[in-house]
Design a protein around this ligand. Structure first.
Ligand code: RFL
Ligand code: PHB
Length: 398
């Protein structure tokens, strides 16, 4: 076993870990980045599709946004619908901002390319990842490389960007951790299809048979989702059954859903989860490692990006001035945003998904949908949350 030294240890080459490594490298800060999956797997993992303007601005200003600017689809609004009615929420008019449709797979590919082109390594397919000595000035990141070499790297800081199932969060002593969790009684079945989108902007549809959504990846590829039972298995959903259900739930007079070959399909459970603290000694958590939102608000990846923006800023300040003020205020600044987006994601989810057959709940959902599509004040509230609220101000430095 060899003893090594690095500035920042990062666990996880998802959007959070890759973006953090990239932002730090821009400021000459070195990092060791480890990932337990293969590069091919990470680049093909189909998840998010919507980037807030702030996330786009961050990627572009850091030099990783060239392809995003060329290929990303700018959307100035979304449609909200229920049987017989489809309404547009105009983000441009209400907030002056947009969102961009650009797959998480593409963000990950761009960030991997940026890191490798800059001559920095990503250790894919590692095993036995662990962090120790968290309460000292040199926390240790240990892992076994793909070729079987056991390595331990002494760092100034270790960042757990290893998603919901990674080992970082649970290396914080149980007695210090508090978690808040809600598991929803339904899941999302998502498909990727080789067919031009049947819509210019995303459609979020309430339907008595369950929520449905029409999103996209490009002018030739559509991404669609269906609310299904938590107990449903993907085998129970043939492509024909999926298209039939999508056509029913998204259907509206004078509009048809074009169908095409399904190239990917999977079922994802819906969960809200927040864990605190996001820091223990010299270990910092970022992204899904610390919090999960249901995808209805399109917030998960954007939250991960916002966490690492704050953390990168704090680390730059630490290495430049020796000040730990930014690191000390990381959790407070991150959690404010996390809870706002946790609320928004829960709210969108609750408004659009059917659960049981309680007619009182349905009447409330209908009342809420009518309100957000008719009141400029309510529509603005949805719009400003969807496009993303500005980064929290750093109260300790003012
Ligand atoms: P990730 O992407 O889970 O990355 C964590 C990485 O850590 C690795 N890892 C380890 N590495 C080394 N050693 C270990 N022991 C490790 N254990 C784990 C993992 O392999 C992985 O590569 O977390 P990160 O970076 O925080 O990024 C979070 C986002 O991936 C997630 O929030 C979004 O995908 C959520 N999400 C959406 N977010 C949006 O902002 N907009 C959307 O439109 C949106 N749509 C979605 C979504 C998530 C979905 N699913 C499947 C959960 C739609 C769906 C269907
Ligand atoms: C997606 O395109 O995958 C997507 C879009 C909006 C969401 C969730 C997922 O709210």
């Amino acid at each position: 076993m060899s003893a090594e030294r690095n500035q920042v240890g990062i666990i996880g080459a998802g959007p959070a870990g890759l973006l953090l490594a990239h932002l730090l490298a821009q400021h000459g800060i070195e990092s060791v980045l480890v990932e337990n999956r293969s590069q091919e797997y990470v680049q093909a993992r189909i998840r998010a599709g919507v980037l807030e303007q702030g996330t786009v601005d961050l990627l572009v200003s850091s030099g990783a946004g060239d392809r995003l600017q060329r290929e990303g689809l700018e959307h100035g609004g979304i449609y909200l619908q229920w049987p017989g009615e489809r309404h547009r929420i105009d983000f441009h008019e209400l907030t002056g901002k947009s969102v961009w449709v650009y797959g998480q797979t593409e963000v990950v590919k761009d960030l991997i390319a940026a890191r490798t082109q800059a001559g920095h390594e990503i250790h894919f397919e590692v095993s036995d990842t662990s962090v120790t000595d968290l309460e000292t000035d040199t926390p240790k990141l240990s892992f076994t490389t793909a070729d079987g070499t056991a390595r331990t790297v002494a760092c100034d800081v270790v960042v757990g960007a290893d998603g919901f199932h990674g080992p970082s969060r649970t290396s914080i002593p149980q007695a210090r951790r508090q978690t808040w969790e809600r598991t929803y009684p339904y899941s999302w079945l998502g498909i990727l299809a080789k067919v031009a989108p049947s819509t210019d902007e995303l459609i979020y549809a309430w339907h008595p048979q369950g929520f449905a959504m029409h999103s996209m990846r490009s002018s030739e590829v559509s991404r669609l989702y269906l609310q299904v039972d938590s107990s449903d298995s993907i085998e129970a959903w043939s492509d024909d059954r999926i298209w039939e259900e999508l056509s029913t739930r998204l259907g509206i007079e004078g509009w048809t859903l074009d169908t095409g070959p399904v190239t990917d399909k999977s079922i994802t459970p819906m969960r809200s989860f927040v864990s605190s603290p996001m820091r223990h000694g010299r270990l910092f958590l970022a992204g899904d490692a610390a919090h999960i939102v249901p995808p209805t608000g399109a917030k998960g990846l954007n939250l991960a990006a916002a966490d690492v923006a704050v953390l990168a800023d704090a680390l730059v300040e630490y290495y430049r001035d020796g000040s730990e003020a930014g690191l000390d205020s990381y959790e407070e600044r991150a959690l404010q945003r996390v809870w706002r987006k946790t609320h928004f994601s829960w709210w969108m989810t609750s408004m659009l998904h059917t659960s049981g057959d309680d007619d009182f709940d349905r009447q409330l959902q209908m009342a809420q949908l009518r309100y957000v599509t008719s009141s400029p004040a309510a529509a603005t509230s949805l719009a400003e949350n969807y496009v993303g609220l500005p980064l929290a101000v750093r109260s300790v430095h003012q």
